[in-house]
Design a binder for this molecule. Structure first.
Ligand SMILES: [Zn+2]
Length: 427
């Protein structure tokens, strides 16, 4: 099966950040040619007046929480978690699968082709990922056994999930941890042991709020990053979400251990986490940083375009410096740098021959995107474009969105099922 994307503006995100005019040939799930492609293909997509960009990569979220969208607005994290945990007790496996599928469809329609998820019942999320045809990096959440609604021992559940799911084309299992407020030293080390043995990634919430940091310091005498370093948990396998309340010393520690960071500006702003993650300093220290939406309960969407814009604006407003977090860097955080966070930069995150064909096509013919200039298309994507501009999304060489519509999934049915479940839960 071959696919030809004809005559677009290609935002390659290659090492030279080139923007090219031309075609992209996709064969056997990979990018086989870029530029003037002669000959045809099994299917062609006309990309005139469109930008073709690498599929966006959302490095932190809880996709099944689409079902909780709008249930905890204008409250801080602690109150939001109360709502989340109360709902977790009621959700069935079928609910989680429908919620996850709804989120996958939302992401595909807004140009996201890969996402990281932290949740229990990741086997249900994996089912949704396969049905939608998106790329999922799924971290089964491990907590202390007395702090969870999971049946059985969470770390064992995570291990079984990893063993069952490893090797799938679109699903990469990981081991997740809720955070230092729900995981003891023993839990952290048991999770790390599984990840080391299975050779998979680790994902955790870290230093999201001031309360989390102060409480942990009160109990252990150490800040969360210092404590995780002391117990020997930090390492290149780990991507940590948030890292809002970290000192420069902690940034240097994260860099020295090769930890990467999932920056979630919209969620942090909505929950009033208070500080602003020191992303410019993290980048200066050499940390890999990617962009994440976090949960639809604290965002409330999964549209990476809107989060790219907020990311750029937040750091400029915070530093009184318009040159901070330029659009090109923010686009990097949602593409090639996010691929580095996942250790997959050789396969995804940019448009280069030989890489997996994860692509998004943004229509530039809308009033809000007019006029556009090819030379600064990167900043146009960050500041002017929207997720709803996506006309086509390709994952692993397969068209999942075409002419703005989902392919191979009954969107109306998924939406109806999600509304029905929300009605049962909260009606
Ligand atoms: Zn989260």
């Amino acid at each position: 099966m071959s696919l030809l994307l004809r005559n677009g503006w290609i935002v390659t995100q290659n090492p030279r950040r080139e923007i090219l005019r031309g075609d992209i040939l996709v064969e056997d799930g990979k990018i086989a040619g870029i530029g003037g492609v002669k000959g045809g293909a099994d299917e062609e997509i006309d990309c005139s007046d469109c930008a073709i960009l690498p599929g966006l990569i959302n490095v932190h979220g809880h996709v099944a929480n689409t079902l909780l969208r709008g249930r905890a607005d204008d409250v801080p994290l602690e109150k939001m978690l109360e709502v989340t945990f109360a709902a977790d007790g009621k959700l069935t496996r079928r609910d989680v699968q429908v919620g996850a599928l709804l989120g996958c469809l939302e992401m595909l329609k807004s140009g996201t082709t890969s996402f990281v998820d932290l949740f229990y019942w990741e086997d249900e999320v994996a089912r949704a990922v396969r049905e939608a045809g998106i790329r999922g990096f799924l971290a089964w959440a491990v907590l202390d056994p007395d702090k969870t609604t999971q049946r059985g021992v969470p770390v064992k559940n995570a291990e079984q999930f990893v063993e069952k799911t490893k090797g799938h084309r679109l699903v990469s299992p990981m081991v997740g941890l809720q955070g230092v407020y729900a995981c003891s030293e023993e839990t952290y080390l048991a999770a790390k042991d599984v990840a080391d043995r299975e050779d998979v990634g680790l994902h955790t919430h870290l230093s999201e709020t001031r309360t989390e940091v102060y409480e942990h310091e009160k109990g252990t005498g150490l800040r969360p990053v210092e404590w995780l370093d002391k117990i020997g948990f930090l390492g290149p396998r780990l991507s940590a979400a948030h890292c809002v309340w970290v000192t420069m010393n902690e940034v240097r520690t994260l860099a020295a251990r090769g930890v990467s960071v999932a920056h979630c500006p919209v969620s942090n702003m909505k929950l009033a986490s208070g500080g602003v993650a020191p992303v410019p300093e993290m980048l200066d220290a050499g940390l890999a940083v990617g962009l994440g939406t976090d949960s639809p309960i604290s965002n409330n969407g999964l549209d990476m375009f809107s989060d790219m814009k907020v990311c750029a604006l937040l750091h400029k407003a915070n530093r009184w410096e318009a040159a901070t977090m330029p659009a090109q860097k923010v686009l990097d955080l949602a593409t090639i740098d996010a691929a580095k966070v996942l250790g997959r930069e050789r396969e995804i995150g940019s448009i280069e021959v030989g890489k997996r064909a994860d692509l998004a096509v943004a229509d530039l013919r809308h009033p809000h995107a007019t006029p556009f200039y090819p030379a600064n298309l990167s900043s146009h994507l960050v500041y002017a474009c929207r997720g709803s501009d996506i006309r086509a999304t390709i994952v692993d060489g397969v068209k999942r969105v075409g002419e703005g519509h989902l392919v191979g999934v009954d969107e109306a049915e998924v939406l109806a099922r999600a509304r029905e479940i929300a009605g049962e839960l909260f009606g």
